[in-house]
Ligand binder design. Structure first.
Ligand code: FAD
Length: 484
């Protein structure tokens, strides 16, 4: 294999751009070369903060475009997201990034988002951000209504104690939070009816998880910041806009799949060799690995015990979505399904055509239930999910086949990291390991991404900034050692 050493940072721009509130003072970086693997929001945030601090940064991205699970796709006349659709307002690090990039005007507020929850007993309204109206949910016994009020107050009071960017921050309030499943937690806190009519449909429709799969960490760190709020955001220019803006200020190489990362001593100096799938190689002083956690393990040649054990734990759920382009106008509609209704679709959305916003056709968004995802896997029909949904859609919409003019099957093998019970405790220990100053001289790879923080784009962004801080701390420790 021939080794190509690419010139580092060939296209990098002035690292002093923006900066208000950036955690890394420009003087802290000592000109070291950092390779960031993965150009999702986590990797790009890390790269941006490191470059601001004076480091030379190269970002390597396997795909042909940046953004990862925060991007936009188009197939013919159908537009859709590669992942995230909403920006929750509570991400402090993400909000600071938006301010630094002067992108505040690109945030489009969406107020009072709600869905009709379809159950065998009739429909009811579900709000994404719980309010007093949640008390009107039909079928809730009086005891659960009272428990819901008390729960809402308790959640609101915990706002200052939990950080929505860090799922493990719930452990500071309740060390048991990581051991309880979300289902057990809600049953104990409020009751089984609230679980079935409120929490479970939302988690299945927005997260594609059943409540017994997850620990209570995500719920207990985000809900305190949602109670009493009414606004989420989307982005003018598409969900990938922030990532594209970041990439425009960095040296990012797309189509550059990393095959391995290896520590080497060259003339007595420790360097990290990053080898690409095409045989190219970069030498770096530090490496930030911002790829999906379940892929990271295969890249690291000689992992230390802590990283090998952590990476072996990372799992994702999968997701299937079918997007239809429809020739007939349909009214806007958002439906979630309760678990006891016979449907393979957990989220059903009708979006009227909006040519001025780049959506020329009426679109239907059909997201599979967790059970239907398993069925697709079993049948091996990830490219043809549509066939599983047709009968149900024909029953919903008259003359369905006649009006469908385009279909896109979207299979996402890694949708969200699974914070199963016990995962949070491991994760907390892993960050201690990453941040231990004793690691400065060994310079193991620093990991970030939603699997290290919170299964949201805001969490991924926060983890990128934290990874940058670790690299800067290590560089500073090394510089001090060299000086003394
Ligand atoms: C369908 C869906 C809906 C979602 N909805 C929301 C939402 O509404 N709101 C919200 O906040 N969050 C949502 N999320 C979660 C959010 O999208 C993610 O948490 C976030 O985007 C993850 O960012 P990341 O940088 O950690 O990872 P990624 O975006 O996955 O970035 C990892 C990058 O690494 C690259 N990579 C992988 N292997 C290699 C390699 N060997 N070499 C080089 N590059 C490599 C990948 O191509 C990718 O670009 C959703 C996710 C999905 C999938």
């Amino acid at each position: 294999m021939t080794e190509k050493f690419y010139p580092a940072n060939a296209r990098a721009r002035d690292p002093s751009v923006a900066g208000g509130g950036a955690p890394a003072a420009k003087t802290r970086g000592n000109g070291s070369h950092v390779v960031v693997i993965g150009a999702g929001i986590a990797g790009l945030t890390a790269a941006y903060r490191l470059q601001q601090a004076g480091m030379r940064v190269t970002v390597l991205e396997a795909a042909g475009m940046v953004g990862g699970r925060m991007g936009d796709r188009r197939s013919g006349e159908i537009v859709f997201n590669s992942g995230a659709r909403l920006i929750y307002p509570f991400g402090r690090v993400f909000n600071r990034l938006i301010a630094d990039l002067a992108l505040g005007d690109a945030l489009i507020p969406l107020r009072n988002l709600s869905a009709r929850c379809v159950t065998p007993r009739g429909d009811h309204l579900i709000e994404l951000m719980p309010t007093a109206r949640s008390l009107m949910t039909p079928g809730l016994p009086m005891g659960e209504r009272l428990a819901l009020i008390a729960h809402g107050v308790r959640m609101r009071l915990q706002r200052g104690r939990v950080d929505p960017d860090w799922a493990v921050s719930a452990l500071d309030v309740d060390p048991e939070a990581d051991r309880l499943t979300l289902a057990d937690y809600i049953r104990g806190e409020i009751g089984p009816h609230a679980l079935a009519s409120l929490v479970d449909p939302v988690f299945r429709a927005t997260r594609s998880f059943n409540a017994e799969t997850l620990s209570s960490l995500f719920y207990r760190t985000t809900v305190p910041h949602l109670v009493g709020e009414d606004t989420v955001h989307t982005l003018r220019g598409g969900m990938g806009f922030v990532c594209q803006t970041l990439a425009g200020q960095l040296d990012v190489r797309t189509g550059a799949r990393v095959a391995s990362v290896e520590h080497r001593r060259e003339a007595g100096v420790l360097r990290v060799a990053v080898t690409l799938a095409d045989g190219g190689m970069l030498a770096a002083d530090h490496v930030v690995c911002a790829v999906e956690g379940s892929l990271a393990g295969a890249l690291i040649r000689t992992p230390q015990t802590a990283e090998r054990e952590m990476l072996a734990q990372v799992r994702y759920n999968a997701l299937g979505v079918v997007h239809y382009g429809f020739a007939q106008p349909l009214p806007a509609l958002m439906q979630f399904a309760s678990r006891d209704i016979a449907s393979r679709i957990s989220t059903f959305q009708q979006m009227p055509a909006a040519p001025a916003s780049g959506r020329p056709l009426t679109q239907l968004y059909c997201q599979l239930t967790p059970e239907a995802v398993e069925e697709v896997r079993r049948r091996g029909c990830t490219d043809d999910i549509d066939t599983l949904l047709r009968d149900e859609l024909r029953a919903r919409i008259p003359d369905f086949d006649r009006h469908v003019v385009a279909v896109v099957n979207q299979w996402i093998p890694r949708k969200l990291p699974v914070f199963a019970p016990g995962y949070g405790e491991r994760l907390r220990a892993f960050w201690h390991w990453q941040e231990d100053p004793a690691r400065a001289s060994e310079r193991p790879v620093v990991y970030c991404g939603d699997w290290t923080s919170q299964a949201l784009l805001t969490g991924a962004c926060a983890s990128g900034e934290r990874a940058a801080r670790i690299v800067l701390d290590r560089a500073q420790i090394q510089a001090k050692r060299t000086d003394s």
